[in-house]
Design a protein around this ligand. Sequence first.
Ligand code: SF4
Length: 289
Amino acid sequence: MHYEGDIIRPPSEADAIILQITTGCSHNRCTFCGVYRKKKFSIKDLQIIDEDIAFAKAYCKRQSKVFLADGDALITPQPHLVAILTKIKDHLPWVNKVALYANGKSVRKKGVEELKQLKELGLTRIYLGVESGDPEVLQEIDKGETPESLVEAGQMLKDAGIFYSVTILLGITDRLKSKQHCINTAKLMQKMKPNQVAALTYMPLENTPLGQRVKSGDFKLYTAEEILIELRTILFEMKECKTQFYANHASNYLPLAGRLPNKRDTLITLIDSALSGTQSLIPEHLRAL
Ligand code: SF4
């Protein structure tokens, strides 16, 4: 496989064939994100991708999923992406799920008709980084999105019938904005109605603007208790959300998973147990990005 640089994928794609179709991220400005800082964004040649598909055809017969990397692979021009999905269908017929990362801009650029075409060609799942539903926090982290633009992207994915998962971030803003971050993130989830929501806890990377603020002491990392209070506030406010909720990423202090709204009270009770000290937390040294 022709991999360039570090490759990341969501935990749920651990068993997928990773096909790198772009390098880096076309946005690459989020203040907390360091994975693609050194990578120049590019769309890889079809010839290279063909060789990787040929490799998978020969050696990856036991893997039924494909994950298209890197950061926002959905930004790939439609004819190029159509060609890749068609080749996966033709050469890897045992693959029944294809997923990729996207951002709001790449979803809106496609539009519903192109998204439907991708779904027909086998694209089954999109992972969308949202991080916050608060306009000020989105601006502060340089997400390049507003709550309204994210609702528009979510509606397009719904209209195209594509399963989509969003990530939200805990401990990402100054404490004064923590409550509005939580309340507006819950509100945004209620408007976007994603199939699943994954909450991650911010961990600093030195090669990022926010990581540098942590290093200089200008931004103080949240304590485990403050993170749990954010998690509780978001879940409490997601009253009408029908979605699968996860907070079991390695960055989190308290692994949680459950279907909302049915499990909402159970999850909140677990958080309360952790806050009162009767439920143990993941030790700091075992947390990771
Ligand atoms: S968080 Fe996503 S959109 Fe932002 S820089 Fe990282 S990969 Fe790009």
